[in-house]
Design a protein around this ligand. Structure first.
Ligand code: PMP
Length: 431
């Protein structure tokens, strides 16, 4: 495979952009080799600058659940462009998307649009603090909530991939209000709550974390968190930036039947445009400016082009709920196919799978939290990543990420993915 143009661009990019990329994991540091520079994408494929096509299993880290360049989103964006790109004033489309989100996501009674998942989580924590008058919050080890200072403590995703789960630049003063707990342990939460009685504003978590690789909640775990938070007056925040509109139309909270007080959203909500949102109970959201005193704003928030893309996406998902069954089938075929091939070849690696998300961990032990995720053989993962890439399959370039499947993955492509998996497993174990 000739990737000469990507190599040339990456070398050139280093002169002007830190590390040559605008988001760290894109640099392929954890898997070796040069990143692929993308020229275009369509359906289940992305194409690099040398016109090589790859079957996509990341889908822009989640947003492209319908595959790339979907005609409905393209048409909505082009149509919106005819009327101008930004007004900085309220529009009818913002009400339409807010109403739609409220109707789809169980916990959301009022919602504020922002420009990224990072903004959504930073704002949600501020609102929870303003609402409760308390400073501390609980975060799970290995969960990622964007790059806001108070979240870059034992953070997953790119932070752990780059070896900086605790980033320099986050002050001790900020870090002291972030309390850490292992995921999937109610006992740990009870202890933290006991030791910080009446001081905890919020508990934020990815209900189904994807940022330490995919991990699923133990039976009763989310329900248990709900009970503790209700009892202690702690605002329970589900960060559904990844899982929102993916695991179900109403996200993980719909799938597991547990309703948080607040929810943060991103990725799919913008149909590939830069959009995030946070919402929740009316009583809490009424604290957001200008209704209440907690300040939060944005020059481009509710941008008309971004809203058009998001509306096209959400209307389509809401009107075609059968797509979630299709995504589940696609996810099952791939995840179960991988497990079957592994067993045939004599490997017992853990595959975590839920709906259209999955992770293959190079570990023989169950992966239930950050500690168990970190036991994975990341060197072997790097070899697997390169072996798959060589065969035209584009995976997330880190062990500590989930894969995101799209409805564009037809059966013939799934067969190709599984064949590439078989060949890659044989190749990486024979070296
Ligand atoms: N929360 C979660 C759960 C995420 O997965 C991400 C991004 N992967 C974020 C927040 C931050 O979103 P963004 O990158 O849009 O700032």
């Amino acid at each position: 495979m000739n990737i000469s143009e990507s190599k040339r661009l990456f070398a050139h990019a280093q002169n002007f952009i830190p590390g040559g990329v605008n988001s760290p994991v894109r640099a392929f540091r954890a898997v070796g080799g040069d990143p692929i520079f993308i020229k275009r994408a369509d359906g289940a494929f992305i194409f690099d600058e040398n016109d090589n096509g790859y079957i996509e299993l990341i889908n822009s880290w989640g947003p492209m659940i319908l595959g790339h360049n979907h005609h409905l989103i393209r048409e909505a964006v082009i149509d919106a462009m005819d009327s101008g790109t930004s007004f900085g004033a309220p529009t009818a489309k913002e009400i339409e998307i807010a109403e739609l989100i409220v109707s789809m996501v169980p916990s959301v009674e009022k919602v504020r649009m922002v420009n990224s998942g990072t903004e959504a989580t930073m704002s949600a924590i501020r609102v929870a603090r303003g609402y409760t008058g308390r400073d501390k919050f609980i975060k799970m080890e290995g969960h990622y909530h964007g790059h806001g200072d108070s979240f870059l403590i034992s953070a997953g995703s790119g932070a752990i991939t780059m070896g900086n789960p605790d980033s320099p630049g986050v002050t001790k003063g900020t870090a002291k209000d972030t309390l850490l707990a292992p995921y999937n342990s109610l006992e740990a939460i009870e202890k933290l709550v006991d030791a910080n009685k009446g001081e905890i504003a919020a508990l934020i978590l990815e209900p189904v974390p994807g940022n330490m690789g995919l991990v699923t909640p133990m039976p009763g775990y989310l329900e248990g968190l709900r009970e503790i938070c209700t009892r202690e007056g702690i605002v329970l925040i589900f960060d559904e930036v990844m899982t929102g509109f993916r695991l179900a139309p109403g996200g993980a909270q719909e799938l597991f039947g547990v309703t948080p007080d607040m929810t943060t959203l991103g990725k799919i909500i913008g149909g590939g445009m830069p959009v995030g949102a946070y919402g929740g109970k009316k009583e809490i959201m009424e604290h957001v400016s200008p209704a209440g005193p907690v300040y939060q704003a944005g020059t481009l928030s509710g941008n008309p082009i971004a809203m058009a893309a998001g509306l096209a996406m959400l209307h389509h998902l809401n009107d075609h709920r059968e797509l979630y069954g299709e995504l589940l089938t696609i996810g099952r075929k791939i995840a179960e196919g991988i497990m079957k091939i592994n067993l045939e070849l004599g490997y017992n690696y853990t595959v975590n799978h839920l709906g259209s998300m999955y992770s293959l961990f190079f570990s023989n032990d169950p992966v239930v939290d950050f500690e168990s995720a970190k036991k994975s053989d990341t060197v072997l993962f790097g070899k697997y990543f390169q072996a798959m890439l060589k065969r035209g399959i584009y995976l997330a370039p880190s062990q500590f990420e989930s894969l995101f499947l799209s409805t564009a993955l037809r059966d013939d492509l799934i067969t190709q993915i599984l064949q590439a998996h078989r060949e890659s497993m044989i190749e990486i174990h024979s070296a």
